[in-house]
Write a protein that binds this ligand. Structure first.
Ligand code: C2E
Ligand code: CA
Ligand code: CA
Ligand code: CA
Length: 277
């Protein structure tokens, strides 16, 4: 029995050791990837459900690993957060997204994208340079107020709602609207929700995709209306989901039914080429 226990302990230990090694390797790779510029951005349309038109694009990061190929952000954002590498990576995402939007707006001033949304993780939100960085990105690329929006998760904001309110207020002062991401999955204090300068709630796809959860969606739509903010439904895959959301008066939607996240070339192909004068 003793030997068996020892063996089990050894196996457990070895797998923990392997996990730690894999994580360390990932961290080393991430550092290198930032230096080597191995990241790319893809863009998923945010659709105005009543007008049936693309209103803006969510920016999502991709890692083209030289050996492993495309690595999902679900695999590396967590490690990037824990190690602080999300700060330089997030700065790159912000600037590259703004640069790309400015290029698209110049190519199609009337019909082109109106805004991008950029995801900001908890660690970035704590970075004292965030507000300056955002201001610089807007200025460097000549973006108008409202054309860059930030997505923050409920847990990022609700960790310290009083501090968050101050920071969100400064961002709003710069003309940066804020969407609360993955809404419904965390704990939101209703009292604080009313005090936060928010512009939208993004309903997590887990609610949109389970037909039994449509009452939750309806409640969030009503809540958003009472707060005076817009609602974006994530993860729309089925026509029936779209119809239900439209019937509830949900303003915006995203999901594979419309489009998966697209390479910039695919987005550019949707723009009208300006008529030369
Ligand atoms: P998120 O912000 O909630 O982004 C939505 C995720 O759902 C994206 O996954 C998107 O590709 C996926 N998605 C969109 N429509 C559908 C659908 O109809 N069905 C399904 N099953 N999935 C859909 P992705 O790109 O893998 O990103 C995962 C998460 O990684 C994001 O979740 C976000 O939390 C984080 N992330 C991605 N890019 C960035 C970034 O630049 N900065 C930060 N801080 N986090 C990022
Ligand atoms: Ca998001
Ligand atoms: Ca989300
Ligand atoms: Ca999510």
């Amino acid at each position: 029995a003793r030997a068996a226990a020892q063996e089990r302990y050894a196996v457990f230990n070895e797998s923990m050791h392997n996990q730690a090694l894999a994580r360390l390797q990932l961290e080393t790779d991430l550092r290198q990837a930032i230096r080597r510029g191995e990241f790319r951005l893809v863009y998923q349309p945010i659709v105005d459900l009543a007008a049936d038109r693309v209103a803006g694009w969510e920016v999502l990061v991709r890692w083209r690993h030289p050996v492993r190929g495309m690595v999902s952000p679900l695999e590396f954002i967590g490690v990037a957060e824990d190690t602080g590498l999300i700060v330089p990576l997030g700065r790159w995402v912000l600037h590259e997204g703004c640069r790309q939007l400015a290029e698209w707006m110049a190519a199609d001033p009337d019909g082109g994208p109106r805004f991008i949304t950029v995801n900001v993780s908890a660690r970035q939100f704590l970075d004292v340079q965030l507000v300056d960085e955002v201001e610089r990105a807007m200025r460097d690329h000549g973006l108008r107020p409202g054309s860059l929006k930030l997505e923050l998760t409920e847990s990022t904001v609700m960790g310290d709602p009083a501090a968050a309110a101050g920071l969100l207020g400064r961002l709003r002062g710069l003309g940066i609207p804020i969407y609360l991401d993955d809404f419904g999955t965390g704990y939101s204090s209703l009292a604080y929700l009313h005090q936060l300068p928010l512009d939208g709630l993004k309903i997590d796809r887990s609610f949109v995709q389970r037909s039994g959860e449509m009452a939750v969606v309806q409640t969030i739509v009503a809540l958003a209306r009472s707060l005076g903010v817009v609602v974006v439904a994530e993860g729309i895959e089925e026509p029936a989901q779209l119809e239900a959301l439209r019937a509830m008066g949900c303003e915006y939607g995203q999901g594979y039914l419309f489009a998966k996240p697209l390479e910039p070339e695919a987005v550019a192909a949707t723009l009208r080429v300006p008529v030369p004068v």
